[in-house]
Each structure stands twice: as C-alpha cells, then as structure tokens.
Design a protein around this ligand. Structure first.
Ligand SMILES: *Cc1c(COP(=O)(O)O)cnc(C)c1O
Length: 366
C-alpha cells in the first residue's frame, strides 16, 4: 500500500470516503447520474453566492487548463481584445492559450512576488478602449500569492469589460462572491479545494454572456456554449464524462458541507498555513511572499542559509516519512513549496516540519 500524503496544490489528499465512491461504474445516460450532475451544478452556484437566474455552472472534461482554455477560446471573438494580467506561470499559460488560439491580446506582467495593481489595470483600460475582456489568476499557485481580484474586478466593470478569473486553487478554500466582485467567468477544477479527484474542471458563467458567446468557439470539444446547452437540458454531458470522478466530487461536496462550508475549510487551511509559516521560521526558513499577500493554499520557501542540499534529496527524505512536497517554480531563486490544502490538519504540519528539521540537522555547515 502506498501511503504518503500530498502537501501539493492539487491533486491533493482526499478522504477514503471520497475515493470509495469510485468503486461503482455508473451508467452515463441514466437519470440518477444526470441528477448528480445537476445537483453538483446547483451546489457550485451556491458556493459562488450567485443565483440560477444570473449565473450557470458548466462542467468540462479534462484538468483545470482545459477549463481555462475552454473559456478563453469560447467567449472572446475575433473582434474582441483580451488583457491578460499575469504574475506567475498560470498567467503565462493564459498567454500561451491566447497565442495558440490566435486571440487578439495584450499582457500586463507583474513580478512573481507582487500583486497586479488595479490602478495599472485601470490605466491600461483607459488607454486602450479596444479591450473587451480581462483575465487574471486569483491564487497564483506558482508562488502562493493571493491576488486582489476584487479591486481589479471593480475597474473591469467600470469599463464595461468581461472579467475572466482562474480561481483554480482558491475556489472553495477562499470565499469568492462571484457576482459582487464583477466576475463573469470563473474557472476551477475538481481536484483542488473542494477535495475531489482530477478529471474535470468547472466554469461559473454569467448566463447572458455565455448565451451571447454562441458560435465563437474555436474548438469542438472545448466549446463552452455547446457543452452548456447540452448539459442544461437534463444534466447529460456532451461527450463521455469521467463518471467515477463525478461521483467522487458529489461526495466531496457533501463532505465540504458537513465540515461547515467554505468558511470552515478556509479556517482549516489558514490554520495549517500559519502554523507552517511559523514552524518554518523557527527553522530559519523564510517565505518568498510577503505575509500580507500570502494565501492559505500553498507557500513558497527559500532554502535555509548555511545548508547545502538538492531538492530531490529533501523530497525523498520527506516522502519516505509520509509526505510529498513540491519543487519551487520561481526561476530567480532556489525555493520549494508546501501546500496546505486537501485532507490535511495541523498535526500533519507539525509532523512535516519535524521531518524537515531532522533532515536539515544533517545538512548544516558554518
Ligand atoms: C492547478 C491550476 C491550474 C490547472 O492546472 P492543471 O494542471 O491543468 O490542472 C490552473 N491555474 C492555477 C492557478 C492552478 O493552480
């Protein structure tokens, strides 16, 4: 039996009860199954604090990137122009998607350890009235920084533009009042804070804007409108759906409710994160992101001073003792990352910090 826990930002450690749901091979055109899809869609709108009148939820096969690509290539027409706001690898990935689809776009890049400035977005929108859409990451998993989508959303709305948010690693773990923050399309996936397993992404879409996007899509299988149109009828997915993943996700949503919803989950993740940062500080290991911008999802740490080791060595040591951590994704400095989401509790954080302490004990030099 393999038995390490994941301290990564998704896929993450899920409960046994979520995994157990996957032991049943469900029929896809069966009414019970379609009802599960509809129930999931309804619950997602609840978590987003939006009504069925204004918004609708679409489930899309594939990992999170498929969801982002689906939105960007389905709602931005040839006559539109996109402003991508990027301060990490996932923002850069939006640019790659735009390039592949030959979208008309501009990009505002910010340093990986800084949050994009809403005033700068305001200036860019003032200077270029051709911009119709703005896209941005909420929790930049590259660094762990939590971007201020609320302030940017307000500016985007003032300019009458459409706001697309990749809230992949935050939705469910950080409360996001989608309509109040001016978000028109929010993307997340099954294997992040809702604590399901990988296999599909989901989009919370402003209903009118989604309907208006009919016919724009550049891809058949990622056509957001088409996917929605089929799903909206009775919960049937357009093409084969990941049935086991869907069953597991329905269970994950029930467990999230039982825990106390987003509020309780946020509290647990934040407690994990604060404990981790404090314990690491005691070991002389400091965070890459300033405290006020650090999110509760994942944390980037600099390598400690006076120690010499390779990431792989530390990874292996920790793995053998029951936990998997994440390499750094910052190019300018030597870092590693530890996720604090999933079925993870303060006890796990205490344990992993103790393991790291033991590991570093053998690596010190003066
Ligand atoms: C996980 C994640 C994605 C999606 O990545 P996949 O590998 O396609 O699941 C996108 N954006 C952010 C911010 C993420 O954390």
């Amino acid at each position: 039996m393999k038995n390490y826990k994941l301290l990564t930002p998704g896929p993450l450690t899920t409960t046994d009860t979520v995994k157990r749901e996957m032991l049943f091979d469900h029929c896809t055109w069966d009414d019970d199954y379609k009802a599960i899809t509809q129930e999931i869609r309804k619950k997602l709108l609840g978590l987003a604090h939006v009504s069925e009148e204004d918004y609708t939820a679409v489930l899309m096969q594939g990992s999170g990137t498929f969801g982002v690509e689906s939105v960007l290539t389905s709602v931005i027409a040839d006559s539109d122009k996109l402003l991508i706001v990027a301060n990490g690898a996932y923002g850069d990935r939006m640019e790659l998607i735009a390039q592949h689809a030959k979208l008309n776009y501009v990009i505002y890049r910010e340093d990986y350890d800084k949050i994009p400035d809403w005033k700068k977005v305001n200036e860019l929108l003032d200077a270029d009235p051709e911009i119709t859409h703005v896209s941005m990451i909420h929790s930049e998993t590259t660094s762990g920084i939590l971007n201020d989508i609320q302030s940017v959303g307000a500016v985007v709305k003032e300019h009458g533009c459409t706001f697309i948010v990749d809230a992949m690693s935050s939705f469910g773990g950080v409360d996001i009042p989608v309509k109040d923050w001016g978000i028109d399309f929010l993307v997340s996936s099954a294997n992040k804070c809702i604590q399901g397993v990988p296999g599909f992404s989901f989009i919370i879409a402003q209903r009118e804007k989604l309907i208006k996007s009919k016919g724009i899509a550049r891809s058949l299988s990622l056509d957001l409108y088409d996917q929605w149109e089929t799903m909206e009828k009775d919960g049937k997915w357009r093409y084969t759906s990941p049935t086991h993943v869907v069953l597991a996700f329905a269970q994950a949503l029930r467990e999230m409710e039982a825990e106390g919803g987003i509020e309780a989950r946020h509290k647990r993740y934040e407690t994990n994160n604060r404990l981790l940062v404090q314990k690491m500080k005691e070991l002389g290991i400091h965070t890459y992101i300033e405290e006020k911008y650090q999110g509760p999802i994942i944390t980037t740490f600099f390598y400690p001073e006076n120690c010499k080791f390779e990431f792989q060595e530390m990874y292996q040591y920790i793995k053998e003792r029951g936990y998997a951590i994440y390499p750094g994704k910052i190019t300018k400095a030597d870092t590693f990352r530890i996720g604090t989401i999933g079925e993870i509790y303060p006890d796990d954080i205490e344990k992993v910090c103790q393991i790291i302490k033991e590991f570093l004990g053998g690596k010190k030099y003066e």
